[in-house]
Every structure is written in structure tokens, then in C-alpha cells.
Ligand binder design. Structure first.
Ligand code: ATP
Ligand code: MG
Length: 565
């Protein structure tokens, strides 16, 4: 490709709302352009990168025995009603009607559609297992589309669904997909971790996420510092060892205690001269359900923090909002003085508090706390509710836990029979019995990956593509296009590299050298070959985009030098 022919409108201006490097450089480098909130056009450079990633994804999946299909992006809402998700999915699901008044959705994910494709077509265990995937547009009307391609509303996803006769066989495929996804990310040149994930609202047993390490990631991932342990989990699923040690000096006579205006954990700890681990913290949330809102209380230890996703899952709520003073009043609660005593509202207690005694909690009475509270013999709803903190002890090995930022690029899921049961998708097993398919589902964000590569590989000048994702590997820059010798050699080298099967761009534009070099740095091709003044002395310069180091190479040796790279 010649730069004079390439449609790559680079610009100095970043979009006003762009704060992440990947967003800024993909727009400034002429890879993508925004056409609506969370909706992007791919320009030639962006399309090349997207296709390269798509190819890696496809090759690895095909190798693993999965088969590519393509389902309708527009899906009849009747399928979503069958699964029960039409009501549950909320506002992310974009719904509309056609001219005949039939209702449709723009597919945000395709479990229903894929089950529908397979049911009545696969009838016997003899046709199993089956792993079908597509690489197709998705639409999710995200509440806050942001960060360019990282969280769009329209995006490209590889979504796969596997069908099995048994849980064991599904788990075998799940392990194979973990390996396959890891190979995909390795080939793309990404530093990532596979972590245990929250299985969330979809239900099901095991689930793992593929997290690319990046300072700007939205996800917190917990991992054990002990290299031989390998524990890693999304903060939404992470657990740590309980580090509470009982202090034998602590004594309490059970009863109410006047605590005027003292309601925060810090103030209480000071007032009672006691560590926060002896206090019970009440966190009030308004849980949003399909048909109602409800105030729910979560009781955790004073030195712990509530993990919102865990809290939402245990309440089986569509969403959790902060409860306002009015919400609390309406529920008959006294803000700042809430405890698990004679409560009329629904509440959950962190599992670490089970059987604890000698604690202090709100007395559900203005300006009063209860001292000496005991959970012994209290038959409450206990669950893991808290967030792991940096430095906590690893649940697996007792080592030290650390937390780092990551971007979720893939998610694999042991789905089980939820969807096949709901949609009545069955097969005849070895004993001639009718059974619902056991399923797995596997997603990877193809367009998100375009941004993720830049998020992990960039500097203050622009993107730095990895070899497997670069739109072109080599950028031959003819320094002065009016210099016949430079032009001739540049053209020759270009042809030679093309004939040698290399991915190469020739910057033959009548622009200043500095401008062309700026584009090279912004767009981020792995290498530039500068054909400039040095040519008179028989040398060209090879620039490594990653380090921006220049190396003089005799012009007759540049071709073999490149072959070495
Ligand atoms: P997130 O927590 O980031 O919203 P998710 O849990 O909703 O992701 P899945 O439903 O598991 O994501 O979708 C599979 C993959 O699709 C994700 O791992 C991610 O790479 C990609 N993806 C999800 N939502 C978006 C989006 N709004 N824009 C771009 N890619 C997305
Ligand atoms: Mg999402």
C-alpha cells in the first residue's frame, strides 16, 4: 500500500471526551471514527487490525474444532420471552417493532438464538458434542458507553456455544476453550491473566475471565503473589482467608449503650476504644427488581467493605442503588444506628460474622448501639459479601494477595442446562432418555481487543502495534520525495519487500519528513525504514517503534536485515 492512496486521516485533535490512550490514538491515527454514542466506523487501518485479530480468533477456534456460523443480528423477541430474559435483561436490550408490529431485539448475546438453531436439529447424543461460534455485531444499549472501542454500544464479539451430553464433557470443552483463548491472547502479544469470575445473574457453576493487564482497566483483579500458587480472581468473585484473631482482653456486658451522634465506624471505634473488627457495619441498599424496589441491609465487619456485585447477586436484584435517608425512613430504619436486632427488612450477614460474639452494632434506635451482640445460634442468611483488600491472605495458600487493574477481553462459562431447559432443547441420550443439552458459552471481545492492544502497548507519541496486530509491519519513509535517488531506492525496496511477502506501506507523500515521521509514531507501525540523506553514503535507517532507536544499515543489507527480524 502507498500512503498517497491510503485513506488514513490522521489528526492532532483528540475527541473531547477521550481520556484513554487507546481512544485518543485510534481516533487521531485514523483507525476509527465515532458516528454516534458508542458506535464507531472502522477506517482502512482500523479494519485491517480488526480483521487480523478476527483471523487469529478464527484460526485458533477452528483448530480447536469449533465451527463458525452466523446468526441474525436482529432476533425475534419471542425467543427472549421463551428464556425469560425479555423481562430480565433491562435497558441494555434494544427492542423495536417492524411494520407488522412484530417485536424484535438487537442481539446483545445469542444464547437463545443458538439454542433455537440446534434444537430439533440435533436429536441424539451421537451428534454431540457440538461447538458453534460466530464473529458478529452485538448491540448493548450500555448506560455509559465510553473509552472508545472498549465500551461501545455496537461492537464485534466472538460468541461461542457448546452442546454436550454430560457435565463432564462440557467441562472438557470448557478447559479446551480456556487453552484456546489463552493461545489467542498470546498470539496477539498481550500480557493477561485468567481469573475466576463471578457467575452472576446467568447462574451456572464455573466461569473464568481473561484479563489483559492495563493501568486503565475497569476491573480489579486479585492475585496471589506466591508464584507457585497461581490463585487469581476478579474482585467480584475473590475470597481471602479470615484474618480475625480474638483479643482475650475484650469484655462486654450485653446491653444498649448511649452513643449520641456517634454513628460512623471510625467514630465508634474511637468512642469504644476498640478495633473496627469488633463493630458491625450496616450497609443499606435499594434493590431494584422487575416489579418493585426494596431496601436491603448488609451486615459486615467494621473493617470490611461491601462488594457490590456479591451483594447484588445474593439479593437476586437487577440493580443495587444507594438507599437514601427517605428510603430508610420509609422502611422504618434509623440511619447510622442499624443493627441485626428485631428487623423487619430483608438482610444478609457476611459469613465471617457467623458465630462471632462480643460485637457492637446499631440498636435500631436513634443515638443507641447494642454492645455485646452475639451471632451464636442466629439463623440468618450468611454469605460472602465483602471485598478482598490488598495484603489479605490468599484463600488457597495463605500467601499475600495483591490487586491490579485489568480489562476483561474474554469470558468462558459453564452454563449447564438453564437455556436448554427454558427453550425445551433436548436430545436422546445413550439410554434412550430425553435430556436437555448441557451447555457452555464463550465470549471474546474482538473490537474491544483492538483498543486493548493499544492500551497495553503505547507511549506518549502514539500506538505501538504488536507484530500480529499491526496494520503494516514496515513503513518505508522516503524523506524527500523530490530527491530522485531516494524515490528510486524507496520504490525498489517497496517492491522487493512486497515480493518477499512482507506487510509494507510506502510513505511516498510530498510532505515534510517530520510530518511523515509523526504519522509513523502516531499510527505505530512496528518498524520504519527511512530512506534519506544517508543514502548518498549508501545507508538507510531502521527505526524500532517500541524503543524509537535508530540503526544505520547499508542499503544492500536492509532486505536481509528485515528477513532476520
Ligand atoms: P463488561 O463487564 O466489560 O461489561 P460483560 O461481562 O458484559 O463485559 P460478556 O457478556 O461476557 O461481557 O461479553 C463477552 C465479551 O464481550 C467481554 O469479555 C468483552 O470483551 C466484550 N464486550 C462486552 N461488552 C462490550 C462493550 N460494551 N463494548 C465492547 N466489547 C464488549
Ligand atoms: Mg457488560
Amino acid at each position: 500500500m502507498r500512503f498517497t492512496k491510503l485513506f488514513a486521516p490522521t489528526t492532532k485533535d483528540a475527541p473531547k471526551d477521550a481520556i484513554l490512550p487507546s481512544h485518543i490514538y485510534l481516533v487521531r491515527g485514523g483507525f476509527v471514527s465515532q458516528i454516534g454514542s458508542g458506535i464507531y466506523n472502522f477506517l482502512p487501518l482500523g479494519k485491517i487490525v480488526l480483521d487480523k485479530i478476527r483471523t487469529v480468533v478464527k484460526e485458533e477456534l477452528d483448530n480447536a474444532g469449533a465451527q463458525e456460523v452466523m446468526l441474525g443480528f436482529v432476533t425475534p423477541s419471542t425467543l427472549w420471552e421463551e428464556s425469560g430474559r425479555y423481562a430480565k435483561f433491562g435497558k441494555e436490550l434494544l427492542r423495536f417493532k417492524d411494520r407488522k408490529n412484530n417485536e424484535f431485539v438487537l442481539g446483545p448475546t445469542h444464547e437463545e438464538a443458538m439454542v433455537d438453531l440446534v434444537r430439533n436439529r440435533v436429536k441424539s447424543y451421537k451428534q454431540l458434542p457440538l461447538n458453534l461460534y460466530q464473529i458478529n455485531t452485538k448491540f448493548r444499549d450500555e448506560a455509559r458507553p465510553r473509552f472508545g472501542l472498549l465500551r461501545g454500544r455496537e461492537f464485534l464479539m466472538k460468541d461461542g456455544y457448546s452442546f454436550h451430553e454430560s457435565i463432564e464433557d462440557m467441562q472438557r470443552e470448557y478447559a479446551l476453550m480456556e487453552k484456546t483463548y489463552s493461545q489467542i491472547l498470546q498470539r496477539l502479544g498481550l500480557d493477561f491473566r485468567v481469573v475466576e469470575a463471578d457467575s452472576g445473574a446467568i447462574g451456572g457453576s464455573g466461569s473464568k475471565e481473561f484479563m489483559v493487564l492495563a493501568d486503565n482497566g475497569e476491573d480489579d483483579i486479585v492475585f496471589c503473589k506466591n508464584p507457585s500458587c497461581g490463585y487469581g480472581a476478579n474482585i467480584e468473585a475473590a475470597k481471602s482467608k479470615d484474618n480475625f484473631v480474638f483479643d482475650s482482653e475484650v469484655e462486654m456486658t450485653p446491653g444498649e449503650f448511649h452513643t449520641p451522634n456517634i454513628s460512623s465506624i471510625d467514630d465508634l471505634s474511637e468512642f469504644f476504644h476498640i478495633p473496627k473488627s469488633y463493630l458491625i457495619k450496616a450497609v443499606a441498599k435499594k434493590a431494584v427488581y422487575e416489579d418493585r424496589d426494596e431496601v436491603i441491609l448488609y451486615f459486615i465487619r467494621g473493617d470490611d467493605e461491601l462488594q457490590e456485585t456479591k451483594a447484588q447477586n445474593i439479593a437476586k436484584a437487577l440493580e443495587l442503588e444507594d438507599a437514601s435517608e427517605e428510603d430508610l425512613k420509609a422502611a422504618g430504619l434509623v440511619a447510622g444506628f442499624m443493627g441485626p436486632i428485631d428487623l423487619d427488612v430483608k438482610f444478609f450477614v457476611d459469613e465471617r460474622l457467623k458465630d462471632r460474639d462480643l460485637m457492637i452494632c446499631g440498636a435500631n434506635k436513634e443515638d443507641y448501639h447494642f454492645v455485646g451482640y452475639s451471632f451464636k445460634d442466629k439463623d440468618f442468611d450468611y454469605a460472602d459479601l465483602i471485598s478482598v483488600k490488598k495484603g489479605d491472605e490468599c484463600i488457597k495458600c495463605g500467601g499475600e494477595l495483591d490487586i491490579t487493574k485489568g480489562i476483561e477481553v474474554g469470558h468462558i462459562f459453564q452454563l449447564g442446562t438453564n437455556y436448554s431447559e427454558a427453550l425445551n432443547a433436548t436430545f436422546l441420550d445413550r439410554d434412550g432418555k430425553t435430556k436437555p443439552f448441557v451447555m457452555g458459552t464463550y465470549g471474546i471481545g474482538v473490537s474491544r481487543l483492538v483498543a486493548v492492544v493499544v492500551e497495553q502497548h503505547h507511549d506518549d507519541k502514539g500506538a505501538i502495534w504488536t507484530k500480529s496486530t499491526a496494520p503494516f509491519t514496515y513503513d518505508i519513509i522516503i524523506s524527500n520525495i523530490k530527491d530522485d535517488e531516494q524515490k528510486r531506492f524507496g520504490e525498489e525496496l517497496y517492491q522487493q519487500l512486497l515480493n518477499g511477502g512482507e506487510s509494507v506501506l510506502l510513505d511516498d507523500r510530498a510532505e515534510r519528513f517530520g510530518f511523515k515521521m509523526g504519522d509513523f509514531e502516531l499510527i505505530g507501525f512496528p518498524y520504519a525504514i527511512i530512506v534519506g540523506k544517508g543514502l548518498k553514503e549508501g545507508v538507510v535507517e531502521l527505526v524500532d517503534r517500541k524503543t524509537l532507536t535508530k540503526q544505520s544499515v547499508p542499503k544492500d543489507e536492509i532486505f536481509s536485515k528485515i528477513k532476520e527480524l
